[in-house]
Design a protein around this ligand. Structure first.
Ligand SMILES: [Fe+2]
Length: 349
């Protein structure tokens, strides 16, 4: 059976708000929205030139809509991943304003962020087949199950920021992200344990909305009722090219269908707090990209700022890893590519 389509009114849409210029890109209100409701949609965070370059590279790399190859691509993780041969993808991943905004949301210094995911993927408007793994009209879900080995912590102590950078606008391509704002600490839908979703415990992982909700109706009618109320409460991103959705691993949300015969490009990223080591990397460790002929990873380490390196797990100045020998050995490894060990040496006791 299929569930009825949710009616969308003007109030159902979520308009982006503008980032500030300067060193603190997010306003107090935007931070508050993320902390209380679970998400915030921001414009003007990433320079347009960087977005345009990345979009041009993505269009070049991914097969065109309607092609046989496009039909094979069903989900993310099948696209461009960090560290990439695309300098734009790497630059966006470690963009100082993106890092600073994430640090504001988690209320930590940038050097206490760790990158655990960055991939760019194409979603194609292929119509609405409803096999269980179809990614067009997703079931409502939270993202934590395939990021963390544990359960999300208390609501007021978030340990990760999940990000979608949209490279295609909602008006042109469709594909809003639907989110369910948390309505305070007694919101029934957000009471832990947060386990009423496909892929958790003994509930089979089903991606498609109508397939998933039929399963709940048959097997867990009480949960089906709760989940039905989530669809009623959805807000839909009215994102433009370059809009950035910051959301949380413990917020209800889902992807919705694209307009037919369109393609949408988006980059997904995750930053966690350094101490939350139970949140896994969604890609092989960054060092696994060493030895590529273009030296992409070696160059990133050599030429990034101290903060950008820290986000990749490279020890910051003052870390116990550093002594006079380790500074000079690491310098020897990377100096031909421009690494400067001075800040690490200067911070030695
Ligand atoms: Fe998701």
């Amino acid at each position: 059976m299929t569930t009825p389509a949710t009616e969308t009114t003007n109030e159902s849409f979520l308009e982006p708000s503008n980032a500030q210029s300067g060193s603190q890109p997010l306003t107090g209100l935007q931070i508050e929205q993320w902390r209380t409701k679970g998400f915030t949609l921001i414009d003007g965070l990433i320079p347009p030139d960087l977005l345009n370059n990345l979009l041009a590279e993505a269009k070049e790399l991914f097969p065109g809509i309607g092609s046989k190859e496009a039909a094979q691509i069903t989900d993310f993780g099948e696209g461009m991943v960090f560290p990439s041969s695309s300098v734009s993808l790497n630059d966006l991943t470690l963009h100082p304003r993106l890092l600073m905004a994430s640090a504001q949301l988690l209320d930590v210094p940038v050097t206490s962020l760790r990158l655990t995911q960055s991939d760019l993927w194409a979603k194609y408007g292929t119509g609405n087949e409803h096999d269980a793994y179809n990614n067009q009209d997703q079931r409502i879900h939270m993202d934590y199950p395939n990021h963390t080995l544990t359960h999300p912590p208390k609501w007021d102590e978030p340990e990760a920021v999940e990000i979608i950078v949209y490279l295609s606008g909602q008006v042109e391509a469709g594909g809003s992200t639907a989110v369910v704002p948390r309505a305070g600490s007694d919101d029934e839908a957000y009471l832990p344990p947060l386990v009423h979703s496909p892929g958790i415990g003994d509930i089979p992982w089903i991606n498609d909305r109508s397939q998933a909700e039929s399963w709940f109706l048959r097997n867990k009618p009480e949960v089906a009722k709760l989940r039905n109320s989530l669809y009623q409460r959805e807000k839909y991103t009215k994102h433009k090219k370059g809009s950035v959705l910051f959301y949380r691993h413990d917020v209800w949300h889902r992807g919705t269908p694209l307009h037919r015969d369109t393609v949408r490009f988006a980059q997904n990223l995750t930053f966690r707090k350094a101490e939350a080591s139970w949140i896994s990397n969604l890609h092989p460790g960054w060092a696994w990209a060493m030895y590529k002929p273009d030296l992409r990873m070696e160059r990133l380490i050599a030429q990034s700022t101290i903060e950008q390196r820290a986000v990749l797990g490279f020890p910051p100045p003052g870390d116990p890893y550093w002594d006079h020998e380790t500074v000079s050995y690491v310098e020897a490894r990377y100096e031909s590519l421009g690494f400067d060990g001075f800040p690490y040496r200067e911070a030695l006791p």
